[in-house]
Design a protein around this ligand. Structure first.
Ligand code: GLA
Length: 739
């Protein structure tokens, strides 16, 4: 999934090969005598070794060590009592459920005869280009697992996954399969940060102590979901912050039901196990068949959660996104959803397109309503042909118009769904997830097509391929507006039905992959009623995501802040919409709305035909200003200077361009205070000795603020802004003076 030019360095003994001198490339040392593997990448070292039991266990995961520093040999945690015998608590890299183990297993299987014992032991290793593969095996059971390790030299982020092979000569069922477990250094004072939310209120950061027992983050919904996002960060105590603290963090690349469980065992060992959600899981492997897990990525920094986010952002931009390592900047888009909802037609859309182009918009997108009998959310999904009442001449005249105005053209689709009131469903009622003879629960009047079926996979690909072949389209907003229910697949044998959890998602990825290959000029946005399908799996096949249907610019400050812990601003779309906002009736100025949306990929979703000349002029200015700073905002280093919170009316972010020449500061005040001034803002990440001059996009600092000063001044003395009123905002650009 990751395109990378990184190299491994292989040595047969620790002493023989120095680690240093390989900056820029990850290195791998294999100490064959002690059976110790050591990976150095970025600022991290990761080590594992084979113990006397033959189990592969984690030895170290943390800051970069020096060459030759002693690691290993791996030793078994000692038995404490008959309840914790030798081997029960070994922090295994990938544990089969079997033998005496009490730690969370990574793999559990059962055979037809009832045998469920699986003891995975080190077998061998090999190196395939940039990937270390360590093979574990239960020879007697006939199960083999290839563990893969791939490190990113730049960020030190490690990707791990497992390839499970049935060599037993008989069928077996995989009851649960993790991608990997990450073992942290033992401690009893860890705390966990994670993301939670719900529709229109996604991306809330929460903290909780890690205590003996388990914490489970998960989705049982068939897709990623927004109740939890598959991301975690762990550090000691609860005092860690943006720039302080040793932080272990990770994200799972999977867009189906998933789980990340964090266990603290009796030895205070903390283990993070992530992969397919074991709930309702079951994957039959015939002799010779195999199962690949998703990739579980993780990293480490000793510079707080701010740096953890920046490492993830950089990793996403340079390793994960389809256009990595140099993703194109997000164009300024217009989307007609909030302006017209389902009432789309050629002439209205043309008028909107003209207005949008005049404002400086670069991409024009028609949302829902252009196809089939789609006048509301009750009908039409599945029938992806242009509605001839709304577009009598097809989409071509509008597309030509949009192109003539200098914009690219995009379309909303929701290809995995069908309304029962559709021609597709009338033709193929058996194409949806369902159990025979049982209720088919609807969500937004729609059912989920079973993409695991070959015919459905082919249909969905063909429909989209035809749409993209017949129309000159540059962008798809790919929506997904409900959870699974009754996830039956009655057309296959009972023992294979639960494969739907894996096969559906793999087929979704396959469709996206093939569409991208065949239509390389098309960009795709992942939307799921907002931010319910954002993860590193879907991100490797899409160019941007829609974090939330909530477009209130004040609510958005929290949503965008939460989003940024795990995901890069360069994929986060954010629209300026109407005031008062439909979500909460809140009124806000156009300035506030623009500045809030400029924290990510800027879009407009307002009724722009109703904007006054003054509003249009304001919008034109902001769009022009945005184009000048978007490379910095989308792909620069993000510093969350002040995070918004329920009791915190302030928020401020700073983005520093990759070359350090430009820095963009956004500051917001949700609720004004007569008695208190806005807190002093201390910039970060500047060159202390360089000089920086500021200019305003909107708002200004207090009188007496120098026109230019050193990086040290802006970072240590700080800057005071004139922000006093409810929903006040400022945007300043700092340019480095000279070269
Ligand atoms: C979902 C999306 C919205 C919009 C509607 C259209 O709710 O999140 O942005 O596209 O569907 O029906």
């Amino acid at each position: 999934m990751i395109r990378t030019k990184i190299r491994w360095m292989l040595a047969l003994s620790l002493a023989a090969i120095p680690t240093m001198g390989w900056a820029g490339a990850p290195s791998l040392h294999v100490d064959a005598t002690h059976k110790v593997f050591r990976i150095d990448a970025g600022d991290i070292t990761y080590a594992m070794g084979v113990n006397d039991d033959g189990a592969l266990q984690t030895l170290y995961w943390g800051g970069r060590l020096q060459a030759g520093d002693p690691l290993g040999p791996a030793t078994l945690p000692k038995s404490r009592s008959s309840f914790d015998p030798d081997g029960a608590n070994t922090p295994q890299e990938y544990a089969g459920w079997g033998g005496p183990i009490t730690i969370a297993p990574d793999l559990k299987v059962h055979f037809a005869d009832g045998n469920r014992d699986l003891v995975l032991r080190y077998d061998s290793y090999r190196i395939d280009k940039d990937t270390l593969i360590v093979t574990l095996r239960d020879a007697k059971a006939g199960v083999l697992v290839d563990l893969t390790y791939r490190a990113d030299a730049d960020t030190g982020i490690l990707g791990r996954s497992a390839h499970i092979v049935n060599r037993s000569g008989q069928a077996l069922i995989v009851d649960s399969a993790a991608a990997a477990s990450w073992n942290l250094p033992p401690a009893s004072d860890y705390s966990l940060r994670y993301l939670t939310g719900t529709w229109a209120s996604e991306w809330h950061l929460r903290t909780r102590p890690i205590t003996p027992g388990a914490t489970v983050l998960e989705s049982r919904r068939g897709s990623t979901g927004d109740q939890n996002n598959p991301w975690f960060a762990i550090a000691h105590g609860d005092a860690w912050n943006e720039s302080h603290g040793r932080v272990w963090f990770g994200a799972l690349a999977w867009s189906g039901s998933w789980s990340i469980r964090i266990d603290q065992d009796v030895l205070n060992q903390v283990r993070v196990t992530g992969g397919f959600n074991p709930f309702d899981f079951g994957y039959r492997l015939q002799p010779g068949q195999s199962l690949d897990t998703p990739v579980f990525y993780a990293g480490y920094t000793d510079q707080g959660i701010g740096e953890a986010s920046r490492l993830l952002h950089r990793f996403e931009l340079t390793r994960v996104l389809p256009q990595a390592p140099a993703p194109r900047l997000r164009p300024v888009l217009y989307n007609s959803w909030e302006a017209t909802e389902f009432k789309v037609n050629e002439s209205d859309q043309e008028r909107l397109a003209e207005k949008a182009a005049a404002l400086g918009v670069e991409r024009f997108v028609i949302d829902d309503g252009w196809f089939g009998a789609r006048d509301s959310d009750h009908a039409g999904l599945g029938d992806w042909t242009v509605n001839r009442q709304k577009f009598p001449n097809g989409l071509k005249p509008l597309i030509d118009k949009v192109h003539g105005l200098g914009m690219s053209f995009g379309l909303w689709v929701e290809p995995e769904m069908v309304n029962p009131d559709s021609d597709l469903y009338r033709r193929h009622p058996d194409w949806v997830l369902h159990f025979d003879g049982r209720q088919r629960s609807e969500g937004r009047h729609q059912l989920v097509l079973n993409l695991a079926r070959e015919d459905v996979r082919q249909y969905v690909f063909d429909v989209l391929d035809t749409l993209l072949s017949q129309n000159d389209i540059q962008f798809l907003k790919w929506d997904y507006n409900r959870n699974w229910s009754e996830p039956g697949w009655p057309q296959v044998a009972a023992e294979d039905q639960q494969k739907v959890y894996v096969t559906y998602v793999r087929h979704l990825y396959d469709i996206l992959h093939r569409l991208r290959q065949k239509h390389p000029g098309v960009e795709i946005e992942s939307c799921s009623g907002g931010g319910a399908r954002v993860d590193l799996g879907i991100m490797s096949l899409t160019d941007e995501v829609w974090p939330s249907d909530n477009t209130d610019p004040s609510d958005r400050l929290s949503i965008q802040d939460g989003f940024s812990y795990a995901y890069a601003p360069g994929v986060m779309m954010s629209w300026v919409t109407g005031s008062p906002n439909w979500v909460n009736n809140r009124q806000s100025s156009l300035d506030f709305r623009f500045l809030s949306s400029m924290q990510g990929g800027l879009g407009i979703g307002a009724k722009i035909l109703e904007w006054t000349p003054a509003e249009q002029a304001t919008a034109r200015q902001y769009i022009a200003a945005y184009k000048d700073i978007r490379a910095t905002v989308q792909q620069g280093r993000l510093y969350r200077l002040l995070s918004p919170g329920e009791q915190v009316p302030y928020s401020a972010t700073e983005s520093v361009a990759g070359d350090g020449r430009q820095t963009v500061l956004f500051a917001f005040l949700r609720q004004g205070h007569e008695a208190s001034d806005y807190p002093t803002i201390y910039l970060q990440g500047l060159d202390a000795s360089a000089r920086y001059r500021w200019r305003s996009i909107h708002g200004k600092p207090v009188a007496g603020t120098p026109a230019q000063a050193s990086g040290a001044y802006w970072m240590n003395h700080g800057i005071d802004l004139l922000l006093h009123d409810d929903l006040d905002a400022a945007g300043l650009v700092f340019e480095r003076v000279g070269s």
